[in-house]
Write a protein that binds this ligand. Structure first.
Ligand SMILES: C[S@@+](CC[C@H](N)C(=O)[O-])C[C@H]1O[C@@H](n2cnc3c(N)ncnc32)[C@H](O)[C@@H]1O
Length: 252
């Protein structure tokens, strides 16, 4: 699967690049460490560093880029909280994107993948694995600072609520939430459009930045969406009551 050459995802972040493979283009991230690869991806020497091919079949953010997502992605020096890190396939690319000055706090509650995540962190000094339940963000509140972004890919029925509650606790105003929705994990009796709309409602007060991106054919029944935490609106001076307006009118 390809996207248009020069589709522009490399302009979203300085450590995000385009790899050309014949007439196809795929994303790549500038590796923080040296090879070997993290999950068998191709690693190529470029511009005095290493670029890691970002496989859209293995990572939903890579799939979203190939499918046309052009919203915010992690940038150098940012701090990100990652919910559902598994063995670190996508988390390693986020760690590449935020670079040596940034950090990725990676939450995973299953021990088996977590052990591999710990091993990955030995090569990625900006990756901080946390063995914790993302439904209990208060349990890691002392370990995670305010962040620029939250990335959520937990594949749970309450995935939007989990993402919102973590954003409420950790996301800076103006920060970004990137949410992977696994539709089949939510409910099977509603249409994709209904599930998307319910998820977007659940994210409030975060504001969606774009319509959800369908990740087929890379990930069936998955949607990718971005939302932003905006400052609460300034309370408007209350409108004068009818009685008061009446008096004001009389005084004129
Ligand atoms: C779809 S996989 C994530 C794949 C990963 N994001 C990637 O792209 O490399 C979902 C992961 O979320 C984890 N998970 C599910 N519910 C969780 C929870 N409440 N707290 C922490 N991790 C959770 C699962 O154990 C699983 O490893």
């Amino acid at each position: 699967m390809t996207s248009e050459p020069g589709a522009g995802w490399d302009r979203r972040s300085p450590r995000l690049h385009v790899l050309r493979e014949g007439d196809r283009t795929v994303p790549a991230t500038e590796a923080l460490g040296t090879p070997p690869a993290v999950y068998g991806e191709r690693v190529v020497a470029r511009d005095g560093g290493w670029w890691r091919r970002w496989d859209p079949y293995r990572s939903k953010l890579a799939a979203a880029l190939v499918r046309g997502y052009r919203g915010p992605v992690p940038r150098p020096s940012e701090r990100w909280l990652y919910l559902g890190a598994a063995t670190g396939t996508t988390a390693s690319h986020l760690a590449d994107l935020v670079g040596p000055e940034g950090s990725v706090y990676a939450v995973e509650f299953s021990l088996r993948p977590f052990v591999r995540l710990l091993r990955l962190a030995e090569r990625y000094p900006n990756l901080f694995p946390l063995l914790a339940d993302a439904r209990r963000p208060e349990s890691y509140a002392g370990l995670v600072p305010q962040v620029d972004g939250v990335y959520a890919d937990v594949a749970q029925p309450d995935q939007a609520g989990i993402a919102r509650d973590n954003a409420a606790l950790f996301l800076e105003t103006g920060g970004t939430l990137l949410l992977v929705l696994k539709l089949s994990s939510i409910r099977r009796d509603l249409s994709p459009a209904e599930l998307e709309s319910r998820a977007m409602d659940e994210l409030r007060p975060l504001r969606p930045l774009s319509t959800p991106v369908a990740l087929e054919p890379f990930h069936r029944q998955h949607r990718f969406l971005a939302a932003r935490l905006t400052a609460p609106e300034e309370p408007r001076p209350s409108a004068p009551t009818r009685r008061w307006r009446g008096r004001a009118a009389r005084a004129r």
